[in-house]
Design a binder for this molecule. Structure first.
Ligand code: ZN
Length: 330
């Protein structure tokens, strides 16, 4: 199994919260642990995003960032993942004096520590710019990604409330990312429509976070295919943010029928109370996916991952070995 869309701060375990709260001197609140999951009656993406305040408070030191990243990698390994791209916004972890480069290096260290102890998984990092942030702060994120090219930092992203801040505002930032030759994925078409996806593609995104509201008219489909864009679906998260009404409305089959690259991911393991194996299982049951279709979804994840060719080949071999077991486990 592979997860290409997974946020570090949305995926701390309950045990991580308890450990880090003690270490960092943070009060978890009277409602803990129910306040770490999305509320059942969550009305919107904006309310969903409020669940990131507490993990944000906990992840303000190098030690905490390292610890949380290592813990996540080891949990993913245990879950049977062969590859993951973990994303986070360095700018959200600078409240106690770290700069974005220091934040990213701490996460890199935690990642390396985790990978050393892990049995199978390999993983890389994606740095998120934030829609609410200033151009200067987001530009720093791009600079950090460029400085750390050649490490496990493999791409940049844009996250946050898209209704309030459309992708067109970020052309300058992503032009710089393009100049640097950075891989780009952008959250788009989650809370808004197809126009936002088109703008994200204009900004250089070759992967779209969610994108479920892409219109499948011939012009949009042509553009998506011409730019070889891949979509990172996260079904449970979409239901919680009211982006989609139910699992049946996930446009998985429609995208596949149009020959558009689509993958399944978790978004946030804790906030959404899920993981990529669960997401795969739910989609298998909802759409009666065959073994070949499950295989195709994982192959699409491998082909569109931001890792090197050698790792992609290795992941292909692992998939060959494990597909029967994967399918049976769903
Ligand atoms: Zn996301």
């Amino acid at each position: 199994m592979i997860d290409l869309h997974l946020h570090l701060d949305g995926s701390l375990s309950k045990e991580d919260f308890i450990y880090l709260a003690k270490q960092e001197g943070v009060d978890l609140g009277k409602e803990f642990p129910s306040n770490i999951y999305v509320p059942e009656d969550c009305p919107s993406l904006e309310v969903y995003l409020e669940r990131f305040a507490l993990p944000g408070e906990l992840l303000q030191s190098k030690v905490a960032l390292k610890y949380a990243t290592k813990s996540l990698v080891l949990r993913l390994d245990k879950l049977g993942l062969i590859y993951a791209e973990i994303r986070f916004a360095p700018q959200l972890h600078t409240l106690k004096g770290l700069d974005q480069l220091e934040v990213t290096k701490a996460v890199l260290e935690g990642l390396e520590d985790g990978l050393k102890e892990a049995k199978t998984i390999t993983a890389n990092l994606i740095l998120c710019c934030m829609r609410h942030a200033s151009e200067e702060v987001n530009m720093e994120t791009i600079q950090v990604a460029n400085k750390l090219k050649g490490t496990r930092v493999v791409a940049v992203d844009l996250a946050g409330a898209e209704k309030l801040h459309p992708s067109s505002y970020y052309a300058k930032i992503f032009n710089r990312a393009k100049e640097y030759g950075l891989n780009i994925t952008i959250h788009a078409g989650e809370a808004t429509g197809s126009d936002e996806v088109m703008m994200a593609i204009d900004n250089g995104a070759t992967r779209i976070g969610h994108g479920v509201h892409l219109s499948l008219d011939p012009i949009s489909v042509r553009k998506v295919k011409d730019h070889e864009v891949c979509f990172e679906f996260c079904p449970t998260s979409n239901l919680q943010t009211k982006s989609l009404p139910n699992y049946e409305s996930v446009p998985l089959r429609e995208f596949m029928k149009h020959g558009i690259d689509v993958t399944l991911n978790s978004d946030n393991m804790t906030v959404s109370n899920t993981d990529v194996v669960k997401e795969m299982s739910i989609m298998k049951k909802t759409f009666k996916l065959t073994k070949d279709e499950i295989r195709q979804l994982i192959e699409t994840s491998i082909d569109n991952s931001f890792t090197d060719v050698k790792t992609r080949h290795h992941l292909g071999d692992l998939l060959d070995e494990r597909i029967d077991k994967f399918y049976e486990s769903l």
